[in-house]
Design a protein around this ligand. Structure first.
Ligand code: BGC
Length: 990
């Protein structure tokens, strides 16, 4: 097994607990950056004087996005105090009235946007506590303890799926002329328990003359810790720093960054397994005085996380750092420096004012650590910082940290994979400079800024695509399309110092983008000054594919880029919008491709730990890991089974099977017991609360019989279990699984296929369709790809049916007619369609599908300039633009890139030997494009033993093949028209 040396030292080498004596330290001082806070609770006491009726609180005031028409797509540009949301208590009308002002051109300050009725009993005396809870565009309004209702004030939509308005921004109060009222105890609190207080104004009286006050509540900054310590003037043999954080951290020692990691300690289910890193700092340590500086930021611990309303401060609301430096002198003596409140100091006055993975980073370069106020660090405990409410399905309560473990990280941390330089810039509006990085990617910018004035504010925004010139987007053409980033702000702000040359490189956020917009500069920075650091846990590729078809080559590159952008600490669905979650269904289909593309054994081993950490007590596997939660059902949950299996088969790693076997087995028991209907044997998961996700985003999903897709995957899972049990020597289990597999296959064939025609017949899972023929691509793919139909004659018929559905035009559920050779499949069946065809002698069809360029196909996005794999095959079309899909429309989602494994295993034919996991012995079975459209292909796969090369070329009427087999390996060669033969190391030509 290949093992990348990614950590600078082995965390296991040292004592079991390298943190003995170290304490979690930080500060209880908070930071509030109101322009970037989309979820909060605002409350105030309202006393209305006798004879008066009304008073209001204000929030979301002076949002900079609404004060500059270049920063919104709503076309608004407000002056000071012209934009806010107002929530008014009106005793006379017995209502709470919401007004929205300056958010859209149509807003009228005096016109009630929406009213909620208030019962008489709540208005008995003149005073009331008005509470407004804001979650991504939604206001939930209460009077006292009574919830009056919800009002969606978001001009673009009503949840985290849309750009979030309001942010907290400026808050205040308003009393109309002629009214007398007192608004006091205005408070802003965290949305999630323990609902920490973020802001408070004691009392203010409004006079009869009328008053409107908006105040900016922001304060503080991200914590920076400091420790000066002395090292003896003796020779140092080794110095190792062990560190981790609640939040993310970056350590510098004597002014130099320690290690090359970004976003450490990465995301894990922190209340179960919290990873620490280990760095060799022998060369950085000085004899005599040394200094650590440690920056902390929210990362995944605090702040915004995932798309759901209320998902904030998922693990806790305060950051902390834990570290221990172990120094070994040459004379055998040792010294250690640990985090403890007594010797460390902390400040919140540093240049990083606020940093959030979703929202962006705000840096004020005028603030300097040299001028900061340093205070003693505090010991940080979890009590009081972790919610005690049950929230979502797995957000941990304080008591759920009881069994947490601090464990050494053994997979690669995110690091800079490569650096991009902007390729072009256009001034799309006066002073609005949009840079094209030439590539959609995940990471951060690194910008050199010259000749700024002290205090000058430079704003950076990030997008995957620009608005095209279509009537629907009129007025915004060429500007960044940010709707699909949804509730994430994805905006950095840099406030310049007086230095002539300054560098902005925000290490505490992450963006998914190709286009970078810079505003607030007097002139556009030069292209060379605009770099992008591509950050990924992938630190090298182990596979390469190229062919005579340049569009397919770009597709291959796009698959690699989407893997880079989505393998960042965990395997995510997408790296840009307010989601970035470890969605299991996506990984399950992509994992075979991933194991070819890079050595991801350690990365996926860590991920299977996260899956197990959030596996439910009844054995149910999560749809998302870490964090957990499940509504998807078997296709998503199966990642707990397929991911260990793909690593086992690709790398020969039985350890990952052993680690996961029990969890896998429990899951299979659960399915058999709960989700298979006893009477019919049908997989009825959707009816039984297991979840109903099917062939996600398939254009013909409305027609599909989901039960068959679930059942086919269940059969795949059974086959995996049988292989896993065999590999682990669990012979009884292997026999039992093998029996179940045979039974289930038989049941599947009996139930779903008409024997005479091989047509798919619906099961009756959808009561409207029993017995109905469902003759679409997705019906046939999985049974063929998973070898479910053993009867040769029937299989031939089914193959012909699949081919027939490819050869005819197909209509999408929304009525779009697609030409022959269109890909009418979703996330799940797209991953397997090429295999289903090739396994059954129809690689001609697989190559036709592969090289089709009209929508829907793999190459349509490529023809539209895609540089990554899109979430939808029609994320953008020239006819329909973004198709109204921007509330779920990522341009960097690897799922449809699962065809990568077919390019390796069938087009190049570098395939695993089912009898021998790992690549010591493998199968070579390249298939030249029978249609002749692709005339050559070549590539390689790096195994632990060396590089396997494979290529074919059509020349004249025949195909020439060339292979290299590394030393110590052998392969079984299968070429058309030739008897099978064994090849040993060396170069082979045929
Ligand atoms: C994600 C998908 C995921 C799906 C499941 C989406 O929001 O981006 O890739 O698998 O949800 O519901």
């Amino acid at each position: 097994m290949l093992c990348l040396a990614t950590l600078s030292c082995s965390p296991k080498a040292e004592s079991a607990d390298p943190f003995t004596g170290a304490k979690w330290i930080g500060t209880s001082e908070r930071v509030l950056y109101a322009d970037y806070l989309p979820q909060f609770i605002l409350s105030a006491d309202i006393d209305i004087a006798p004879g008066s009726a009304r008073a209001s609180v204000l929030l979301g005031g002076n949002d900079p996005r609404l004060m500059n028409a270049d920063l919104n797509i709503l076309g608004v540009e407000n002056g000071p105090d012209e934009s806010y949301v107002r929530v008014e208590l009106d005793r006379e009308k017995k209502s709470v009235n919401v007004y929205r002002t300056g958010y859209t051109k149509a807003d009228v300050p005096e016109k009630v946007f929406q009213s909620l009725a208030v019962a008489d009993s709540l208005l008995a005396d003149g005073s009331a506590k008005l509470t407004v809870q804001v979650t991504y565009n939604q206001l939930r309004i209460s009077l006292g303890d009574v919830i009056l209702g919800r009002v969606n004030v978001g001009p673009l939509g009503g949840s985290g799926d849309y750009i979030a308005y309001p942010q907290l921004a400026d808050v205040g109060w308003l009393v109309d002329e002629g009214q007398t009222a007192r608004v006091s105890n205005l408070e802003v609190r965290e949305i999630r328990g323990p609902n920490a207080l973020l802001y408070h104004i004691d009392g203010m009286t409004a006079a009869a003359s009328g008053v409107k006050v908006l105040c900016e509540p922001s304060y503080g900054g991200m914590p920076v810790l400091r420790n000066s310590f002395k090292i003896k003037k003796k020779d140092i043999e080794s110095a190792t720093l062990y560190a981790t954080a609640r939040g993310i951290y970056e350590v510098s020692l004597n002014g130099e960054k320690v290690g090359a990691d970004f976003l450490a300690p990465g995301l894990s289910q922190y209340n179960k397994h919290h990873y620490y890193q280990c760095y060799d700092v022998t060369k950085q340590l000085l004899k005599g005085k040394n200094e650590f500086l440690v920056s902390l930021a929210e990362g995944w611990w605090s702040g915004e996380l995932t798309y759901g309303s209320g998902n904030r401060n998922y693990f806790g609301d305060q950051l902390a750092f834990l570290a221990s430096l172990h120094v070994k002198y040459s004379d055998g003596s040792t010294q250690s420096v640990v985090t403890d409140p007594a010797s460390w100091r902390v400040t919140t006055d540093g240049p990083v004012v606020y940093a959030s993975l979703f929202q962006g980073q705000v840096t004020d370069a005028q603030r300097s650590l040299a001028d900061a106020k340093w205070k003693p660090a505090e010991e940080m405990v979890l009590d009081g910082h972790v919610s005690d409410e049950t929230f979502g399905q797995t957000a941990p309560r304080t008591d759920e940290y009881e069994n947490w473990q601090l464990v050494p990280q053994e997979d690669p941390s995110p690091r800079v994979f490569t650096t991009l330089t902007a390729e072009s810039v256009s001034e799309v509006r006066p002073g609005v400079y949009v840079y094209d990085m030439g590539q959609n990617f995940a990471g951060i910018p690194s910008i050199t800024l010259r000749n700024l004035k002290a205090g000058q504010q430079v704003r950076f925004r990030y997008a995957e695509v620009l608005y095209p010139d279509l009537p629907e987007y009129q007025g915004n053409e060429g500007m960044l399309m940010l709707e699909n980033i949804r509730g994430a702000m994805a905006q950095d702000l840099y406030i310049a110092s007086r230095e002539p040359v300054q560098c902005f490189e925000p290490h505490f956020t992450q963006h998914g983008y190709r286009y970078l917009e810079i505003t607030g500069v007097d002139q556009a920075p030069a292209l060379d000054d605009v770099k992008g650091l591509v950050i990924s846990s992938v630190q090298g590729f182990t596979a390469h594919y190229e062919s005579s078809n340049p569009l397919v080559n770009r597709l291959w590159d796009n698959i690699r880029w989407s893997m880079l952008g989505n393998f960042i600490s965990i395997p995510t669905d997408c790296p840009q919008r307010n989601e970035r979650m470890g969605w299991s269904g996506d990984l399950s289909v992509f994992s075979r491709t991933a194991t070819y593309l890079s050595d991801v054994d350690a990365f996926l081993t860590r991920h299977t730990q996260a899956i197990r950490d959030v596996q439910m007590p009844d054995g149910r596997m999560p749809d998302v890991a870490p964090l957990g939660g499940a509504f998807g059902g078997l296709l998503w949950g199966s990642a707990g089974i397929t991911v260990p299996y793909e690593c086992y088969r690709q790398y020969g790693d039985t350890a990952i099977l052993a680690l996961n076997y029990e969890a896998m087995d429990r899951y299979m028991d659960l399915i058999a017991e709960k989700y298979i209907e006893k009477e019919t044997g049908l997989m009825t998961q959707g009816n039984r609360g297991f979840g109903g996700l099917g062939d996600w985003l398939g254009p013909q999903n409305g027609q599909l019989d989901n039960s068959a897709i679930w059942d086919a995957y269940y059969i795949f899972d059974l086959q995996i279990m049988q292989e896993a049990a065999t590999a682990l020597g669990r012979n009884n289990d292997a026999t039992a699984y093998s029996q179940k597999l045979a039974d289930r296959k038989k049941l599947f064939v009996d139930r779903y296929f008409d024997k005479a025609t091989g047509r798919f017949t619906a099961s009756g899972y959808r009561p409207t369709k029993p017995g109905q023929i469902i003759h679409i691509q997705s019906s046939y793919v999985l049974p063929l790809a998973f070898g479910i139909i053993e009867d040769e004659a029937l299989r031939r018929k089914v193959v012909n049916n699949l081919v027939e559905t490819i050869l005819r035009p197909g209509a999408t559920d929304s009525g779009i007619v697609c030409p022959p050779y269109s890909l009418m499949t979703g996330f799940i069946t797209t991953a397997w369609i090429s295999k289903a065809l090739s396994e059954n002698g129809r690689s001609d069809m697989a190559y036709r599908l592969l090289q089709q360029t009209s929508y829907p196909s793999w190459l349509y996005p490529v023809t539209q300039g895609a540089t990554t794999i899109w979430e939808r095959l029609d994320s953008y079309t020239k006819e329909r633009g973004f198709g109204g899909n921007n509330s779920m429309n990522s341009f960097n989602h690897y799922s449809f890139g699962a065809v990568g494994q077919w390019l390796m295993s069938r087009s190049l034919g570098i395939d695993r030997d089912p009898a021998m996991p790992g690549f010591k012995h493998f199968i070579l079975r390249p298939e030249a494009d029978p249609t002749g459209q692709m005339t050559w292909a070549k590539g390689w796969y790096d195994t632990p033993y060396g590089r396997i090369e494979s290529g074919w070329k059509r020349s004249g009427g025949k195909v020439e093949y060339e292979f290299t087999i590394p030393e110590g390996c052998s392969a079984t060669l299968r070429l058309p028209g030739m008897p099978e033969q064994e090849l040993t190391a060396g170069r082979h030509l045929f």
